[in-house]
Design a protein around this ligand. Structure first.
Ligand SMILES: C[S@@+](CC[C@H](N)C(=O)[O-])C[C@H]1O[C@@H](n2cnc3c(N)ncnc32)[C@H](O)[C@@H]1O
Length: 327
């Protein structure tokens, strides 16, 4: 764990400092694999984060407003049960729903410290500036990193609640989620609490509609990964030469987003000597969103070293919030 400083906002950026070859290995390995994949963290440059905020407002995207309502209903209880004075959020993004927890902590006179941890530097900086204005006296220590790699950069702390919201855990397979949460658990102190937001297995039509919105915002978000590859690594490939595809995979209970090539084309990143041929109709998987139910969540948390404290879900069983503790 990193050490703490006394200024109101500290931003640590292990992302660009460490593992320069990691992205190369992840991207190259994914594009040469079967099926072809790209790491979904690549969606999130400044433009991608803005598109995700727009997705959260879409009528079809029931997930954000349902999780917001659930948090609003239970935040006081969660804050009281945990007694937390510090909030650490992995994949914090715009931290919109986080404010519900921060408000409840303020009301209980418990709020001291917030750690937003995200791969997108622009959003960590923006949220830190916003929150310092909204919550006078709050200490913020942002971390710009990959939570699969840089967890040890979470600063040391006191009575703490670690949260992952927005279905972010669903972007990992169940096995990868277990490994990730085991690593999160090992960064926590005994007695710390953990709040995990989960998108639950729902009616297939409803789930697929959430990723195929009529305004085409999710399609833009999906294609942004190609834009980011161009801007960051100099790949010369046109996002508009792909179609957005999102469908439910029943066996793995997850929505999968794919980019389907409109024509035969070659994907190149000259700097890395990478050249990948794509046939017309061939697909690259860009994101999975694994859906859970309560028994699967119980198992995931137990396998990762947590004890379940309380399960919250909305009346339609669309979103679950699992409150757990490190024994
Ligand atoms: C689905 S969004 C959720 C955002 C926010 N927590 C919410 O509930 O609306 C996922 C967030 O996790 C971040 N993210 C994705 N992969 C990441 C990674 N490997 N390491 C750190 N952050 C990541 C993205 O930048 C994005 O802000």
């Amino acid at each position: 764990m990193a050490s703490r400083t006394d200024t109101s906002i500290t931003i640590d950026i292990p992302l660009t400092r460490e593992s320069p070859d990691l992205l190369n290995a992840q991207i190259t390995g994914g594009l040469l694999g079967c099926p072809k994949t790209l790491p979904s963290k690549l969606f999130y440059d400044e433009h991608g984060s803005t598109l995700f905020e727009q997705i959260c407002e879409l009528p079809e995207y029931y997930q954000t407003r349902t999780e917001h309502q659930l948090l609003t209903r239970w935040a006081d209880e969660i804050v009281s049960l945990t007694g937390a004075e510090e909030l650490v959020e992995l994949g914090s993004g715009a931290a919109t729903k986080t404010r519900v927890l921060l408000d409840a902590m303020t009301k209980a006179e418990q709020l001291r410290y917030y750690v937003p941890f995200d791969v997108d530097e622009t959003i960590v900086r923006r949220v830190s500036e916003e929150l310092i204005q909204e919550y006078p006296g709050l200490q913020i220590h942002g971390v710009v990193g990959d939570f699969l790699v840089h967890l040890e950069h979470i600063p040391e702390g006191g009575k703490r609640l670690v949260v992952i919201l927005g279905g972010t855990i669903g972007n990992l397979s169940m096995q990868a989620a277990k490994e990730f949460l085991t690593a999160v658990n090992s960064e926590m102190a005994s007695g710390d609490f953990f709040l995990l937001g989960l998108q639950l297995i729902a009616d297939r039509e409803r789930m697929e509609a959430a990723y195929n919105d009529t305004q085409g915002i999710t399609a833009k978000f999906n294609k942004n990964i190609i834009r980011v590859l161009g801007n960051t690594f100099g790949s010369e490939i046109d996002p508009e030469l792909f179609d957005h595809v999102a469908r439910y995979n029943e066996k793995d209970h997850r929505i999968e987003m794919w980019l389907r090539s409109r024509q035969d084309q070659t994907f190149t990143i000259p700097e890395w000597g990478l050249s990948v041929a794509l046939k017309q109709g061939e697909e690259i998987r860009t994101e999975i969103s694994t859906k859970y139910d309560q028994p699967l969540t119980d198992q995931l948390l137990a396998d990762s070293g947590f004890e379940m404290v309380k399960w919250y879900a909305d009346a339609d069983n669309l979103i679950g919030l699992a409150l757990a503790q490190k024994p």
